[in-house]
Design a protein around this ligand. Structure first.
Ligand SMILES: Nc1nc2c(ncn2[C@@H]2O[C@H](COP(=O)(O)OP(=O)(O)OP(=O)(O)O)[C@@H](O)[C@H]2O)c(=O)[nH]1
Ligand SMILES: [Mg+2]
Length: 345
């Protein structure tokens, strides 16, 4: 979604300065420019980068309709009561255009409107999951540089890309709800491994104890062993200094119950997130996660840049069109044609 730009186009420098200055209009424009991957996006991001690294990034993921947006709104309000500034990034996988659920999120998050200590942004995925995690990371960096102390990223945990986004957070919440079928949703989607905190929202609904037991059983099976995270589609073991430490020094994933619509359990959830943050910092795990995040960022940038460069050097559409026609007539095949096109670079 492009914010209407009025007047002269702001320069990269003035946008970056505006972001650092707390100018909300320029912040919104900067995010649009980054989101649309415009030519000067990297210049802006580069000059903002020295000001990043202060925010605590909270990923919120879970099956559709578990109440993530409602919970994020209530959690943000709770952070405001604690005197911290909050930015929310809601990623909408369903809407390739600016409508539908995106508007729903807007309405839900209206409770946060008018507070200068809160910034809410919705992003459409535009069907390009490949670039999504880079763009999301970039938007989070802009918000970090803008000085927001907590950044909450909501994604629907159904696909690999969404899981990957959540796993680049410092603290990841996986949200479940009772009565969404017999199986616990997270198990099906394979996102339990990335949880630092498990939340059963809609705890006012029947079946909450059943869900609680199922999750606690899963956690027992996992046995609080070494933490696994998803990295490029593979589960990798995070080597931590804590592996040699005593059992009680490990982070324990616990299941918490919330009723987001009423706000109950949200204060405790906030405390748990903050406890996780403290643990990350004191255990040395924060540095490890930061390393992973940075490595991920680097790789994403390189991938996107390679993509862009290669596509730019490919023959013009007309020629590609000719190749496509040849393939359609079975005079060529896509495999050797791709080889040949790449060979021209
Ligand atoms: N009973 C009950 N309803 C809730 C609770 N939290 C959210 N809801 C309702 O559940 C519905 C879905 O909430 P959302 O916050 O949009 O859920 P979501 O997980 O963000 O949904 P998607 O983004 O579409 O995946 C809304 O009608 C909410 O009002 C809760 O704690 N209890
Ligand atoms: Mg939502």
């Amino acid at each position: 979604m492009v914010a209407p730009e009025t007047g002269v186009r702001a320069s990269a420098d003035s946008l970056a300065a505006g972001v650092l200055d707390g100018n909300r209009l320029l912040l919104a424009r900067t995010i649009s420019r980054v989101e649309n991957q415009e030519a000067d996006a990297h210049q802006i991001l580069g000059s903002l980068y020295p000001h990043t690294g202060r925010a605590h990034i909270i990923g919120v993921t879970g099956a559709p309709g578990t109440g993530k947006s409602t919970l994020v709104t209530t959690l943000a309000q709770s952070y405001r009561q604690a005197g911290l500034t909050v930015a929310v990034v809601a990623i909408d996988p369903t809407s390739p255009f600016t409508g539908g659920a995106l508007l729903g999120d807007r309405v839900r998050m209206r409770a946060l409107a008018g507070d200068p200590g809160v910034f809410v942004r919705s992003m459409a995925t535009r069907g390009s999951l490949g670039g999504l995690s880079k763009t999301t990371g970039d938007v989070v960096s802009v918000l970090d540089a803008a000085g927001f102390e907590r950044i909450i990223v909501e994604t629907v945990g159904v696909g690999q890309a969404e899981v990957e986004i959540a796993s680049t957070a410092h603290t990841t919440l996986v949200v479940e709800a009772p009565g969404l079928g017999d199986e616990v949703q997270a198990i099906k989607a394979g996102i339990l491994e990335i949880a630092d905190v498990l939340v059963i929202n809609k705890a006012d609904r029947p079946g909450v104890d059943k869900t609680l037991r199922a999750l606690e059983m899963m956690l027992e099976i996992e046995g609080g062993g070494p933490r696994l995270i998803r990295h490029h589609g593979q589960l990798i073991r995070v080597e931590t200094p804590l592996e040699m430490a005593e059992e009680e020094n490990r982070w324990r994933v616990i299941v918490m119950k919330t009723v987001a619509t009423e706000g109950s359990g949200v204060f405790e959830l906030r405390e748990r997130i903050e406890a996780h943050r403290t643990w990350l910092l004191e255990s040395g795990e924060m540095a490890i996660r930061e390393q992973l995040r940075i490595a991920n960022t680097l790789e994403n940038i390189i991938r996107a840049e390679l993509n862009r460069r290669i596509l730019a050097t490919l023959p013009s559409h007309g020629l590609t069109g000719h190749v496509v026609e040849r393939i359609r007539h079975r005079e060529d095949n896509p495999y050797s044609a791709a080889d040949e096109l790449l060979g021209k670079i």
